[in-house]
Design a protein around this ligand. Structure first.
Ligand code: F6P
Length: 357
């Protein structure tokens, strides 16, 4: 048995913990393991390397991925240059051919919604594969939580702790932009833990007047500073997302800048001085937390077990207290957003946190 492992999409703390566990478990079964480099691009260009117990030694605590990754280069919409223009073409048949050429019997795809969507299409083309859900955004369906989320939340919470004192000293409004394209999980969790006063998330389009009301309400109570946590995918009622750049062929539209927009409007409407901090990719790096190392290890090992049982087309998933599996098709079909009727938002509101609604 020769098993391939690839990491696709944005990197995420504990990817190496997953790789390590999948490799060690597979080797324990007596299998050979190859690492596919830089996501699906490694299969486009046949870039692989053997993975041994020695290759995964000492990586448990490291952020990033030893295999490299990419969130561009979907083989079903591959960017190619034609007549001086970048266009998207379907080169998936070439990838299936390469998969057989590399003599891989089964593939473990560790990726987010995008990479798992690509994996599902290859599975439908006959490639035997299993999935491992990965995202700091925690928005993949089918699993209660993804590894990387806890580390990202801790990074954001740590930043909020630090920003609190400077905001208070200068009587400013600090708008802190965190990641979260489609879901506000990082914003909600870090905001509650970091004592935010306003949290803006994609699930609740905000009204800037309401944001300002709660800041001015705090002023009246003698609280002359406010912390506003803004998910990058938050947008105003009746308005649109804030994009950082024009979308390029083969890659996702980049978001960013909404905190800047919120801060400028808060200053205009309240007269209060504001500052903006965009945490960006800081949230994707660093050593994974204990929780993420354990979850990553459980996911990696469980993925090898799925391969052993021949349960292809399935994704490992945390269903406490167990790690089980669900069809990849089902998981990618249901994005996990912050539920509006959950006690987490109710408790946050009880703490006086405004969601700008
Ligand atoms: O999906 C995870 C994520 O962190 C999103 O929140 C963010 O929009 C995206 O990755 C940014 O990815 P990159 O800058 O690597 O293209």
């Amino acid at each position: 048995m020769r098993v391939g492992i690839l990491t696709g999409g944005g990197d995420c703390p504990a990817l190496n913990a997953v790789i390590r566990a999948a490799v060690k478990t597979s080797i324990g079964y007596g299998w050979e393991v190859v690492g596919v480099e830089e996501g699906f691009d490694g299969l486009v260009h046949c870039r692989t390397r053997p993975l041994s117990t020695a290759s995964v030694s000492g990586i448990l605590h490291l952020g990033g991925t030893i295999l490299g990754t990419s969130n561009a280069g979907d083989p079903f919409k591959y960017p190619v240059e034609e007549n001086g223009r970048k266009v998207e073409r379907d080169i998936s048949d070439r990838v299936v051919e390469n998969f057989h050429k590399l003599e891989i019997d089964a593939l473990i795809v560790i990726g987010g919604d995008g990479s798992l969507g690509i994996a599902q299409k290859f599975f439908e083309k006959g490639v035997p594969l299993v999935g491992v859900p990965k995202t700091i955004d925690n928005d993949i369906g089918g699993t209660v939580i993804t590894f990387g989320f806890d580390t990202a939340v801790n990074t954001a919470r740590d930043a909020l702790d630090k920003l609190h004192t400077t905001a208070e000293s200068h009587r400013r409004v600090l708008a802190v932009e965190v990641m979260g394209r489609h879901a506000g999980w990082i914003a909600v969790h870090s905001g509650i833990a970091g004592g935010a006063d306003v949290i803006l998330i994609p699930e609740i389009p905000y009204d800037i007047e309401k944001v300002c009301e709660s800041i001015l309400e705090r002023e009246k109570k003698g609280k002359h500073f406010s912390i506003v946590v803004v998910a990058e995918g938050a947008f105003p009622k009746g308005g649109s997302l804030t994009h950082r750049a024009v979308k390029e062929a083969g890659s996702e539209q980049r978001l960013g800048g909404v905190a800047e927009r919120v801060a400028a409007e808060v200053t205009r409407l309240t007269g209060k001085e504001s500052r903006v901090v965009v945490l960006g990719h800081l949230q994707r790096g660093g050593p994974p937390t204990t929780f993420d190392r354990v979850l990553g290890t459980r996911f990696g090992s469980a993925a090898a077990r799925l391969v052993r049982k021949g349960l292809f087309g399935r994704m490992v998933a945390l269903m406490p207290p167990d790690v089980d599996s669900v069809p990849i098709r089902d998981a990618i079909g249901q994005m996990k957003r912050v539920p509006l009727d959950n006690d987490i938002l109710e408790s946050a509101r009880d703490m006086g946190i405004s969601f700008g609604d």
